[in-house]
Design a protein around this ligand. Structure first.
Ligand code: AMP
Length: 219
């Protein structure tokens, strides 16, 4: 099955998708991570994506859909997948449905719901490891040693698109698109809603219960 984890930027999709993938054995596929890897590699796709990402805008559908199709064709995505950050537009959601229509593979969505003030606080306080990609938060999930990654000791950075001026643009540009995608899954009876407020552990438990209910059971 494919579980689509929906939520605004800062809703906690990455942190929670990682935990749910570890508990269920699903592959965690995050379009933001795929783009950041392309940017780090200096590929043509990365150069195109960077200009949109740094402006807080969505990368065009054509580019995004081609990139995710290639990722989902890999062997580890053959059975259970958690999609994090995709789909973000109606065209992407439709492309995903079309890709699996013939196989009968189930696609279910869960929305992590978080209010706007909490989103801004989570985004501007986020710090990431440029080496392994692990994500932290200055107050909600601090590293053991200030400013350093627990896993690889690299100096943590602030994502360029988490700068306060970009955060406002991201929320502005992306909340409307999220509503469209949420409506699409709701109208087809495939949407569950989970509160994304509170601490990381309590959200993880709520999400695990909701995921089990739609067939993504622990392993
Ligand atoms: P994220 O790490 O999910 O917050 O993604 C970082 C940025 O990558 C987003 O703000 C977008 O600019 C871009 N991005 C990620 N996923 C998508 C998508 N499905 N469609 C278009 N742009 C995306």
């Amino acid at each position: 099955m494919i579980l689509v984890l929906l939520g605004a930027p800062g809703a906690g999709k990455g942190t929670q998708a990682e935990a749910l993938a570890a508990a269920t054995g699903a592959a965690h596929v995050a379009t933001g991570d795929l783009f950041r890897a392309e940017i780090a590699a200096g590929s043509e796709l990365g150069i195109t994506a960077k200009s949109f990402i740094d402006a807080g805008k969505l990368v065009p559908d054509e580019v995004t859909i081609a990139m995710i199709a290639e990722r989902l064709a890999r062997p580890d995505a053959a059975e259970r997948v958690i999609l994090d950050g995709f789909p973000r537009t109606a065209a992407q959601a439709e492309a995903l449905d079309r890709a699996y229509a013939a196989s009968g593979r189930r696609i279910e969505a869960l929305l992590l719901e978080v209010d706007r003030d909490a989103l801004v606080a989570r985004l501007t306080g986020r710090r990431v490891c440029p080496s392994c990609g692990r994500s932290y938060h200055v107050t909600n999930r601090p590293p053991r040693a200030e400013g350093r990654c627990d896993a690889c000791d690299a100096a943590l950075i602030t994502r360029t698109d988490d700068a306060p001026e970009t955060v406002a643009a991201r929320l502005e540009n992306q909340l409307g698109a999220l509503e469209t995608v949420v409506a699409l899954y709701r109208d087809s009876g495939r949407l569950g809603v989970v509160s994304g407020s509170g601490g990381i552990d309590e959200i993880r438990e709520r999400l695990a219960t909701a995921a089990t209910a739609v067939g993504l059971t622990p392993r």
